[in-house]
Design a protein around this ligand. Structure first.
Ligand code: MLT
Ligand code: MN
Ligand code: ZN
Length: 292
């Protein structure tokens, strides 16, 4: 299998339309590379599945050369959703026009699509395929995907009062991808790594993991807001309970994606970026290709 990072940024992208933080200003001026929102393409034997459909999908397909197979038709066979966040499913609205593909998601996430506007994806062309947790399915022949629950919260627009930010169930999943004897884990959103999750990550050849925030207070430190990473349902890269420390015992290639525009690792000379790299982590970028 071959993976292409279509969009390495978290919701909002880099630059984000309403943000003048240092990273966004630098990306706007071309001093650092801009990044589109969270999506990955997986190709096996000429067939492609998208992992999440971001609002930037049209430009992403163009940038990575994913073209229709003929006069009309979808350049991919399936979209697999990991949660109901806007950055992961709003791209579906750009996929109207009556070409066939399948949307794989848990029943909780498929429920979100059960609204009038998503009827633009006519069910006779766009099949809704419910994902059962821990039960493998093949969105394209030979590519085996198993979804598993990771701690997270409901999408921002579904919050009522104070949400449980470490809910474990159907609302936030990670994906285990297997083909040709290789294994990739894709976990773009994760609030914590409990021991049982850590135990299932040990044999992966590549881990693509939630790189939203460097520290819990990235937004406070950049002056862009007061919301913590934990409140957003994203664990920090740094610190004793952070992803770098929690996953330090694992082998394989480790890549941070779903990187928020406020994350200091986006600055080429930042000590935080050097610390990631020293710990064996790569930072994804748009167009990055991975052959596990
Ligand atoms: C997230 O990953 O926390 C969401 O994409 C945030 C959002 O919906 O803006
Ligand atoms: Mn997101
Ligand atoms: Zn910004």
């Amino acid at each position: 299998m071959k993976l292409t990072i279509l969009g390495a940024a978290a919701g909002g992208g880099l630059p984000q339309w309403n943000c003048g933080c240092r990273n966004c200003a630098d990306a706007r001026a071309g001093r650092i590379p801009a990044m589109t929102q969270s999506s990955v393409a997986v190709t096996l034997d000429g067939q492609t599945a998208l992992l999440n459909a971001s609002p930037d999908i049209r430009a992403q397909l163009q940038a990575c050369g994913l073209a229709p197979p003929g006069l009309r038709g979808s350049p991919f066979a399936a979209v697999v959703l990991t949660n109901g966040d806007v950055d992961h499913l709003a791209g579906l609205l750009s996929l109207r026009e009556g070409s066939a593909f399948a949307v794989h998601a848990t029943p909780a996430t498929l429920d979100i699509l059960d609204q009038p506007i998503f009827r633009v994806l006519a069910p006779d062309h766009v099949r809704r395929a419910p994902i059962a947790l821990d039960r493998p399915f093949e969105p394209v022949p030979g590519l085996r995907i198993t979804a598993f629950a990771v701690p997270g919260k409901v999408a921002l627009y579904l919050e009522e009062g104070e949400p449980d930010t470490r809910l474990v169930g159907e609302q936030t999943v990670g994906l285990r991808l297997e083909a040709g004897g290789r294994c990739v884990l894709y976990i773009p959103g994760c609030a914590a790594i409990p021991d049982d999750l850590l135990a299932r990550m040990g044999d992966a050849d590549v881990i693509l993991f939630d790189g939203t925030v460097w520290a819990d207070d990235d937004m406070g430190r950049t002056g862009t807001g007061t919301k913590s990473g934990a409140r957003m349902g994203h664990m920090a890269m740094s610190g004793p309970a952070g992803s770098i420390a929690r996953l330090s015992g694992l082998g394989g290639r480790r890549v941070f994606l779903h990187v928020n525009n406020t994350n200091p690792v986006l600055q080429p000379a930042a000590p935080e970026r050097a610390a990631c790299q020293a710990a064996g982590w790569e930072i994804a970028f748009d167009g990055m290709e991975i052959a596990p």
